[in-house]
Write a protein that binds this ligand. Sequence first.
Ligand code: ATR
Length: 285
Amino acid sequence: MDDSRETLGPQAFVTGFPIKHSRSPLIHGYWLKTLGLPGSYRAHEVAPADFSVFVDSLKSGESGFVGGNVTIPHKEMAFKLADDPDEISEELGASNTLWMEDGRLKATNTDGRGFTANLDERHSGWDRAQSAVVLGAGGASRAIVQALRDRGVREIHLVNRTVERAQELADRFGPKVYAHSMAALPEVMRGAGLFVNTTSLGMAGEEAPRIDFSPLLPDAVVTDIVYVPLKTLFLTQAVRQGFPVVDGLGMLLHQAVPGFEKWFGRRPVVDEKLRALIIEDMDKH
Ligand code: ATR
């Protein structure tokens, strides 16, 4: 991309601490280039102690940014410091996407939409599931529970090592969400149409428990939000047991779509070339 195109158009960022491993610049850079739009998107590291000053510079226009993405550990502060967080972020208490509009800093959280858009793209009809099992009750789990509830899944069984954390989310997201300990896993899987792993289990270098997926409905879908490696131990076990699977890379790609549209004015498409570009980058590191 030539320099003039980068400096002339809207400037967007991804901030976190640390941020250098983020793949978001690759994703947005690909869309800017393929759509032929002026603008830039770059990683901008901000330490926790400096985050509120950074947000002030965004609001005043001094930073030169029109908006950007926010990742760990700034998502909760981004929500708190935004002028107008939307309902989605309000319920989650965290925002990952910021943009200036009419002189005010707006905020949303696109993780849940990324999750459902990925399933829609790779396994349409998944939402016929009346009952879903979500393993894990950390930060990533919240957005998924919210998105499943909002999509109309009737029963969401949240299973976590620390059952109190699952209960906290069940209280937050209402009567469709049930909290369970790990021991309840086989029982709550019975008749479920969707199984989601949101824990770090099965990430590169981590063990994953042996899971018997057979209590699920025969056409149930198994998905994992972990995408390093792409085929996690949950997914390989599910494939061996004859279940369709969806990997987590698409969630990363799809969660980026609404932000790009806000900052650069065009709705980008998640295509196979983009997926291949990120996989190639993952193979390098
Ligand atoms: P994130 O924001 O990525 O979701 P997190 O908030 O640290 O990360 O949550 C990690 C999730 O993985 C939690 O549900 C955690 O269970 P606890 O709430 O009991 O800590 C789960 N997890 C991590 N390691 C685990 C392990 N060895 N066995 C079972 N669950 C584990």
